[in-house]
Design a protein around this ligand. Structure first.
Ligand code: ADP
Ligand code: MG
Length: 254
């Protein structure tokens, strides 16, 4: 049965989407069957995997409001073993459309139950908010990966996310775990980056992945070409870092 991992942090620009795409592609490279669910109306994970969202009609939005089946929404990517459910701006409407439903937090869980057995890992790229769609993602998930940017104020807002996870554990999702914190955009030449890294490690100990994602321009270039970095420049630091993170995740999941 597939493991569902939400990639979340309500701070924007910390590397959620970059981690979703490249961790997913690296695991696919190691032969794992992967589904990436784009749960952000901004659809950066979809465009980052080369989907033309203007033309893509079947999205996570229709899945969540039950007008299509989850299988219908799945599309293949250019990466072997990596499937995608894309998103678009319509997803914003879900918050309004299901807000009064009694089962409003479990739409994503129900949608993914249908395909869970077809994959080794399902990643959900969350938006920078703790709104209803992210709550759906965290309710569907077995665990959460929290990207933390190696910058000043990195831990700002994490308390709120951890509090939300705690509430969900008490009520909607008792087995939800924190898979790990991953430091992103790390630049060893900067003293504050090292300070942030040691602060995060002293705070969260073993829950921090040993692999740190270094700052590497190939990662943003790859996204703008609609490719995972492994396809765009397999020799880059970014590609190597995400392969290492994938290995570490496989080890931890044993
Ligand atoms: N390790 C990295 N090195 C360089 N640029 C990065 C790295 N990780 C992310 N970026 C860039 O930073 C910006 C924000 O990253 P993104 O993954 O979209 O964050 P989020 O999904 O949390 O908003 C993007 O332009 C992305 O290409
Ligand atoms: Mg994003």
């Amino acid at each position: 049965m597939g493991k569902i991992i939400a990639i979340a942090n309500q701070k924007g620009g910390v590397g959620k989407t970059t981690t979703s795409i490249n961790l997913a592609a690296s695991l696919a490279y190691f032969g794992k069957k992967i589904l990436l669910v784009d749960a952000d109306p901004q659809a950066n994970a979809s465009t980052g995997l080369g989907v033309d969202i203007e033309k893509q009609e079947k999205t996570i939005y229709q899945c969540l409001i039950n007008t299509i089946s989850t299988k219908e929404a799945i599309c293949k990517t250019d990466v072997p073993n990596l499937d995608l459910i894309s998103s678009d701006i319509n997803l914003v409407g879900v918050e309004i459309e299901i807000v009064d439903a009694e089962d409003r937090e479990i739409h994503m869980r129900n949608a993914l139950a249908e395909v869970k057995d077809d994959y080794d890992f399902i990643f959900i790229d969350c938006s920078p908010s703790l709104g209803l769609i992210t709550l759906n993602a965290l309710t569907a998930a077995n665990s959460v990966i929290i990207p933390v940017q190696s910058e000043y104020f990195a831990l700002e807002g994490i308390g709120k996310l951890l509090h939300t996870i705690k509430l969900l554990k008490n009520k909607l999702n008792p087995t939800l775990r924190i898979e790990g914190f991953v430091l992103t955009m790390f630049d060893a030449r900067l003293r504050h980056a090292n300070q942030v890294a040691s602060e995060v490690k002293s705070h969260f100990g073993d829950m921090v992945f040993n692999t740190m994602i270094q700052r590497n321009v190939k990662l943003s270039e790859a996204s703008s070409y609609g490719q995972p970095v492994l396809q765009f420049d397999a020799d880059s630091k970014g590609a190597q870092n995400y392969l290492d993170l994938a290995k570490e995740l496989i080890e931890r999941s044993k």
